[in-house]
Design a protein around this ligand. Structure first.
Ligand code: CP
Ligand code: NVA
Length: 314
């Protein structure tokens, strides 16, 4: 059976693109966002760069933002998308990742996958002859962080030298933040309970690139002097079985007292969905420093730039 010749541009982690390409994505996202301000969301961008292209999206976990932003974003670029839910596709009945990759590569122009096991996304990319995009795995959430970087830049924050505080669980979203820190040379202060630190691989990656990464069990120390304060759910999808976690996490709630440790013009980010009253207080979530709904909207603008990069248009 013939194998694909040229390796497609997949986006399983931020490093697949690298700092220069992500900087280009951020610039393109800002331009496209500005060009279509006040337009209806379903209207196609003037240049329709992905006209005729189809994105297939595999969801093995729930999603609101990733699903809608890829669908609407693909439409804005002139393309279309379709969704395969694990519960209603043959993947959910045991068809192999390899065969799914080869079949979808004959039918769509790119594949997005949200799955529990990062190795599945890697296997899909290995067997696909079209780009594969990581729409969240247990290991990382790179698309989210392109939107987060866009939000930080919009808020007037220069990325090199920025101080970012992460509070709560050392999870997949934090891993991609650490990867971004390595690429854009910003510093990360991680406040987690003992035993919930991020994977050493991502801490090492950021430190090796020259970023300062502080790991602490003192929430105030993590937040002190931060430009950006970030948290996420204490219980990620697929981890619902973890017991006694909420009690350990309680001191890491981002509340007004913790935000007061950060710089006065600090901004609060959360990838959503949020559990207000757990990882963030209502006062902070609804407060003036919170830019979580800009961040959510930016998923659309970020996805479009990621798609354009995957298709070699950036
Ligand atoms: N932030 C994020 O990925 O949201 P969804 O789970 O709704 O896609
Ligand atoms: N860490 C969360 C992010 C959800 C968008 C999860 O994996 O469930």
């Amino acid at each position: 059976m013939a194998e694909p010749t040229a390796a497609p541009r997949s986006f399983l982690d931020l490093s697949d693109a690298g700092g220069d390409a992500i900087a280009a994505m951020l610039a393109d996202a800002q331009d496209r966002k500005a060009a279509r301000r006040e337009w209806p969301k379903g209207k196609t961008d003037a240049d329709a760069p992905l006209a005729g292209h189809v994105l297939g999206m595999i969801f093995e976990k729930n999603s609101t933002r990733t699903r809608v932003s890829f669908d609407i974003g693909m439409g804005q670029l002139g393309g279309t998308s379709l969704i395969l839910d694990s519960g209603t596709s043959q993947l959910g009945r045991g068809e192999s990742i390899a065969d799914t990759a080869r079949v979808l590569s004959r039918m769509v122009d790119a594949i997005m996958i949200r799955t529990d096991d990062h190795a599945k996304a890697e296997e899909l990319a290995h067997h696909a002859s079209v780009p594969v995009i990581n729409g969240l795995t247990d290991r990382s959430h790179p698309c989210q962080i392109v939107a987060d970087l866009l939000t930080m830049v919009e808020q007037g924050k220069a990325l090199p030298g920025l101080e970012l505080a992460w509070l709560g669980d050392g999870n997949n979203v934090l891993h991609s933040i650490l990867e971004a820190a390595a690429l854009f040379k910003f510093n990360v202060r991680v406040g987690t309970p003992q035993g919930y630190e991020p994977a050493a691989e991502f801490v090492g990656m950021a430190r090796a690139a020259g970023s300062q990464v502080t790991l602490t069990q003192d929430a105030a120390e993590a937040a002190r002097g931060a430009d950006i304060v970030v948290t996420d759910t204490w219980v990620s999808m697929g981890q619902e079985h973890v017991h006694n976690k909420l009690a350990a996490m309680a001191p890491f709630q981002v509340d007004a007292a913790l935000m007061a440790q950060a710089k006065p013009d600090a901004r609060f980010l959360h990838c959503l969905p949020a559990h207000v009253g757990d990882e963030v207080s209502e006062e902070v979530f609804e407060g003036d420093q919170s830019v979580v709904f800009d961040e959510a909207e930016n998923r659309i603008h970020a996805q479009k730039s990621i798609l354009l990069w995957c298709f070699g248009r950036l």
